[in-house]
Design a protein around this ligand. Structure first.
Ligand code: SAH
Length: 210
């Protein structure tokens, strides 16, 4: 089998695997509330992020979407977005793509029904501090970021890089808002939890700032 074909198949399979993990745990969190009001959520996002950000998102998504399709179909006339990283980078991407899938299963098992795609608190929301949350406040984002870097490396494609790097940036940017939401809800309990943990990587020393 030609290598570039192998990596394209691996890219799709890894994407499907993440979809299965998210879908499986997403099923458990579905409430009536989360199924209705998509339009409302979009409006809230628009207000929170601002119009220019939404336009930027639409543009990057469109360019990235086209890039993704071109990468997967690999028409012979489309070569200029290919990044010459070498095959070792693609193999590293496979490792970065597979390992976080197992880690994310562990994360989902602990976050359980407190998980949501949008920033929101469930009725009777519990603060999770166990398992992957014991030393890191955002293990899910950590897992997704590494996995996403894996897909970028596998594709070794400029447009895929732009598309996925943007998604990493968007998610990273929402961490302070998420933490503020948790402080508003849990107060000192969350502040104390912040002192014991790192944002994406475990704290090395108690007093160290992240
Ligand atoms: N940022 C976390 C969770 C992502 S899912 C991570 O990367 O692992 C986003 C939702 O998780 C938020 O809306 C919030 O309600 C919830 N959440 C985040 N941290 C939490 C925690 N320690 N305990 C319980 N719920 C949490």
């Amino acid at each position: 089998m030609e290598m570039s074909f192998f990596f394209r198949i691996a890219f799709v399979l890894l994407w499907v695997c993440l979809g299965i993990v998210r879908g499986y745990y997403g099923r458990k969190t579905k409430t009536h509330d989360s199924l209705v009001g998509i339009k409302e959520k979009l409006n809230t996002a628009m207000e929170e992020e601002g119009r220019s950000f939404m336009i930027l998102t639409a543009v990057v998504t469109a360019i990235g979407g086209i890039g993704l399709v071109l990468y997967l179909l690999a028409p012979p006339w489309w070569t200029w977005t290919h990044l010459p990283l070498g095959e070792w980078a693609q193999w590293l991407g496979i490792v970065f793509g597979i390992v976080p899938l197992f880690y994310l299963v562990w994360v989902h098992r602990h976050l359980d029904t407190q998980w949501s795609i949008a920033l929101e608190l469930k009725g009777n929301h519990k603060l999770v501090t166990s398992g992957p949350y014991k030393r890191v406040r955002h293990p899910m984002y950590l897992g997704i970021f590494i996995y996403t870097m894996g897909l970028i490396l596998i594709s070794s494609d400029l447009l895929v890089l732009v598309f996925f790097a943007f998604s990493i940036w968007v998610n990273y940017k929402r961490i302070p808002r998420e933490e503020q939401m948790m402080i508003d809800e849990f107060g000192d309990e969350y502040r104390e939890y912040q002192k014991q943990t790192g944002r994406l990587l475990p704290r090395l020393r108690e007093s160290e700032e992240t």
